[in-house]
Design a protein around this ligand. Structure first.
Ligand code: PMP
Length: 443
């Protein structure tokens, strides 16, 4: 397979210029603007398996995978076929379609703590609704979140959030009222004493603790053994709910999400009350979900008093993409994903070590990220990962991009492999590494 590269970025630059005249910053989601790495964001026109092709005709090995959804690789034939078949039947009706329950059943089969599931269109909606539901169920106004965790862009969840806010070093967002911000208590991750103190002070007013199942929006940073246990036990003793956000980790970190991995370490009987899913469950189309125990989920309208709705919720094309993706996410697919994660993270670490670049590979199931800088011990929270040497990431990122490997344009994002990252794709990554590691060493 020839790496087609014109080397030119002229067309992407023209498209970026045109977009910037009609779209703020030229992008519909901030990290795409290459704000922290500089240079010309590539406009992508197609993808297939582990590869994407930009508007200038350059093909890249893709380690972004649509920021997670493309678990099976881009344009997986079965997924495309299912979406085409659904489209031919109509793009959406605003009425229930049979496959919605099939998708719910598929997810419930993987995460038995989920007894009921509601489909929404984005991860932001899923977490926003989960919080409304927690407040409706408990009557408490306050929500605890952890610094560096990202749960989408609803007002109450932007404080000290990861993802694009970490990339752009923004502590929060303008436009969020002080009253709303005051309802979110932001604590350091993995800090049991801080969590205990928050509950000691505000316990009767806390509706929920929301946490990524394994933090993956400040680099990958799994919970310390015992932390999830502690969090669930403490919340439940105070009548608060636990919302485990698996939008990123769900059905990617492992077949049952990161909870499927963590569960074995958690005391029997302790489980989150609500889960949020996104990305993989929509197979690349706009679909996300929240789920949990029936007694809580049934508080949603039309059964209960907590309102939530969506014109496009359960859209048949999105459901077809998600259902087909999950049905093909079988044992061999997860084995391929794990092999690709092992191989790429291992080769990156070896190349960086050979070039003398201080770094640390962080891992949670099939998810990994690379921290640039001195991290003799595993970082436990946002403050620790903010010590990254982002200039080394920037140099590494651009050298990889120039050599035909598309990495997340941020030092604070997970790297996403797919089950389609085969030996040919891996060898292209490996070829690009020595020069990129050298660039990082000199940065
Ligand atoms: N939660 C987590 C853990 C996420 O990673 C994301 C998105 N990266 C969201 C919520 C928000 O999802 P969306 O971008 O679909 O609104």
């Amino acid at each position: 397979m020839a790496a087609m590269s014109s080397g030119s970025t002229d067309r992407s630059a023209q498209l970026a210029e045109r977009a910037s005249r009609v779209i703020p910053g030229g992008v519909n989601s901030p990290v795409r603007a290459f704000g922290s790495v500089g240079g010309t964001p590539r406009f992508l026109v197609s993808g297939r398996g582990p590869y994407v092709t930009d508007a200038d005709g350059t093909e890249y090995v893709d380690l972004v995978a649509s920021w997670g959804p493309a678990l099976l690789g881009h344009a997986h034939p079965a997924v495309v076929e299912a979406v085409q078949a659904a489209a031919a039947r109509g793009l959406g009706f605003g009425a229930s379609v049979p496959e919605e329950a099939e998708l719910a059943e598929e997810i419930i089969a993987r995460v038995p703590e989920v007894e009921r599931l509601r489909l929404v269109s984005t991860g932001t909606e899923a977490t926003m609704t989960a919080i409304r539901l927690a407040r409706g169920a408990t009557g408490g106004p306050l929500v605890v979140k952890f610094a560096g965790h990202y749960h989408g862009h609803s007002d109450g969840l932007l404080a000290e959030a990861g993802s694009g806010l970490a990339t752009l070093a923004m502590p929060g967002s303008a436009g969020v009222t002080a009253e709303t911000a005051a309802q979110t208590l932001v604590l350091p991750y993995n800090d049991r004493a801080a969590l205990a103190a928050a509950f000691a002070e505000h316990g009767d007013r806390i509706a929920a603790v929301i946490a990524e199942a394994a933090a993956a929006n400040m680099g990958v940073l799994p919970p310390e053994p015992g932390f999830t246990d502690f969090m669930i036990g403490l919340a439940h003793r105070h009548g608060a709910l636990v919302i485990l956000d698996e939008v990123l980790t769900g059905f990617r970190a492992g077949p049952s999400g990161y909870w499927g991995i963590e569960q074995a370490r958690v005391a029997a009987g302790l489980a989150p009350d609500l889960f949020t899913f996104g990305k993989v469950v929509g197979g690349g189309l706009p679909l996300a979900a929240l789920g949990g125990r029936a007694e809580i989920m049934d508080l949603l309208a039309p059964l209960g008093p907590v309102y939530q709705a969506g014109t496009l919720s359960g859209n048949p094309l999105a459901v077809a993409a998600g259902l087909t993706t999950l049905r093909h996410a079988d044992v061999p697919a997860y084995a391929a994903l794990g092999r690709a994660a092992d191989a790429i993270s291992g080769e990156v670490a070896a190349a960086l070590s050979a070039a003398g670049v201080p770094h640390r590979v962080q891992r949670a199931g099939s998810l990994f990220s690379v921290l640039f800088g001195e991290f003799p011990e595993a970082p436990l929270d946002y403050a620790a990962v903010q010590r990254q040497q982002t200039q080394r990431h920037r140099a590494f990122f651009h050298a990889m991009l120039d050599a035909g490997v598309n990495l997340p344009p941020s030092a604070f994002e997970a790297w996403f492999v797919t089950a389609a990252h085969d030996d040919a794709a891996l060898s292209r990554v490996i070829e690009a590494l020595p020069a990129a590691a050298q660039a990082a060493a000199e940065a």
